[in-house]
Design a protein around this ligand. Structure first.
Ligand code: C5P
Length: 228
């Protein structure tokens, strides 16, 4: 079987990473969650006092970018790679609503994008890769063998993310806060100057508002089989 590059982009909480993980498992490919990388940089900026809810010292973050090392380690028990920030596993810390509320500002900074995109491009190996994010099909791998662009209604996405946060034990969250975050992230991600979230011309659109996980997987996997 030929080993290919699969790019999955789309709006927040459309289940990109769930689908990407399923595909990577089935195809025995590497899976890279690029959102985790932007979240890790955001966590670093927050921990170092460069950003909070009311201010963002972009210059200080840019000056300190070389101190940020991000890498992934495969967790065989969980079946996917976890993200490390300067050798510390931050998989849990990066998924909080607090980080979600700051990440789109950090990921709009060109210097941050340049650093992470380079690292993402270096992760491509000959043995197949599934990468998900916002600019994979447009910027990171414009030559990807197959590209998907995922959408779903804001309400469905917020409900899924709200449940996920509750399951993780996060407190002080409401559906309304999560919905607001999903909408504001999509707005910032789609309107930023550098690498805005747009569907690549050659991407296949998947609206999963009313689609179960199994149906979605079968549909996407059958399309992929034409390329491998
Ligand atoms: O995928 P996830 O929702 O975890 O991504 C978090 C944020 O990281 C996005 O809202 C976006 O601002 C940023 N991001 C990005 N480019 C990517 C992946 C994520 O700008 N390739």
């Amino acid at each position: 079987m030929k080993k290919i590059t699969i790019a999955i982009d789309g709006f927040s909480s459309t289940g990109k990473s769930t689908l990407a993980k399923q595909l990577a498992k089935k195809l025995k490919y590497v899976y890279v969650d690029t959102g985790a990388m932007y979240r890790a940089v955001t966590l670093y900026a927050f921990q170092n006092g460069f950003i909070d809810n009311s201010s963002f010292d972009e210059k200080a973050l840019i000056a300190d970018l070389d101190s940020i090392k991000i890498h992934f380690v495969f967790n065989s028990r969980k079946g996917f790679a976890e993200v490390f920030l300067n050798d510390v596993n931050v998989e849990k810390e990066i998924r909080t609503l607090e980080v979600s509320q700051l990440v789109s500002q950090v990921s709009a900074v060109s210097e941050v994008r340049t650093k992470l995109v380079q690292q993402q491009q270096e992760m491509r190996k000959d043995n197949g890769i599934v990468m998900d994010g916002r600019d994979i099909g447009t910027v990171v791998f414009p030559d990807a063998d197959i590209k998907f662009f995922m959408t779903a209604s804001a309400d469905k996405r917020a409900k899924r993310r709200y449940k996920e946060l509750l399951d993780r034990g996060e407190e002080n969250i409401t559906y309304e806060r999560v919905l607001k975050n999903v909408e504001s992230r999509d707005y910032i991600d789609s309107t930023r100057e550098d690498s805005p979230l747009v569907k690549a011309d050659d991407a296949i659109g998947i609206d999963n508002s009313d689609m179960g996980l199994e149906e979605q997987f079968d549909r996407v996997y059958n399309l992929i089989l034409r390329y491998v």
